[in-house]
Design a protein around this ligand. Structure first.
Ligand code: COA
Length: 173
């Protein structure tokens, strides 16, 4: 897998990643070109300002776009924390790519960034993403509430339950 930092130059591929049905389902719908361009620009700024943000992932053999993921800073339970995440386009799921993206994120965090903690969180009912967290040997910390999806209900809800996992020294939820 090849991991490239997302910036304005990769807005087209970021848009493509968010056209996948399964990715769109967990990111509250398909992104428009405009949304993808704005997100890519913001990610480019974050790479510049914070030295880290999400990557796009490409298969090494075919060069195909696998998905997105990696690290970014997020406000989690009132604190700015380093978060690791993943989203893999449907045809590439079930092959360990998300775990590989997560492992690369953790290695970067605890290596180059000398982080002491990395968290991951997902809607309580996103079992496939929680399985990646477990595969990465991240520890379940507890439940948090933030804007997100509820099972069987359309739209984004302010107070959705999320499962919080951590790697490194154990944080309080
Ligand atoms: C969450 C998501 C990334 C998980 O993808 P995934 O393909 O299930 O996860 P992995 O890449 O770790 O692959 C694991 C699967 O590959 C298999 N696998 C094959 N080779 C593997 C390897 N070398 N290492 C790990 N797993 C491997 C595992 O057995 C597992 O199979 P299973 O699905 O039958 O249990 C994917 O479902 C997705 O993109 N969903 C939509 C977006 C999303 O929800 N993102 C998370 C938001 S928080």
């Amino acid at each position: 897998m090849r991991l490239l930092p997302i910036g304005p130059d990769l807005a087209g591929d970021l848009w493509l990643a968010h056209q996948d049905d399964d990715v769109a389902r967990w990111y509250a719908g398909r992104w428009s070109r405009d949304e993808a361009e704005r997100a890519a620009a913001a990610m480019g700024r974050a790479w510049h300002d914070d030295g880290v943000h999400k990557w796009l992932a490409y298969a090494r053999d075919s060069g195909e776009l696998v998905g997105r993921g990696g690290l970014s800073y997020a406000e989690v339970d009132g604190r700015r924390r380093l978060e690791v995440g993943w989203a893999v386009r449907s045809p590439h799921q079930g092959r360990g790519y998300a775990t590989e993206i997560g492992r690369a994120g953790l290695a970067h965090a605890f290596g180059e960034l000398a982080a002491t903690e990395v968290v991951a969180f997902t809607e309580r009912h996103n079992h496939r993403s929680r399985a990646v967290m477990r595969r990465l040997a991240m520890t379940y910390v507890g439940e948090i509430r933030r804007p997100g999806l509820l099972p069987g209900r359309p739209g984004v809800h302010d107070d959705a339950p999320f499962a919080l996992y951590a790697a490194g020294p154990q944080p309080t939820p």
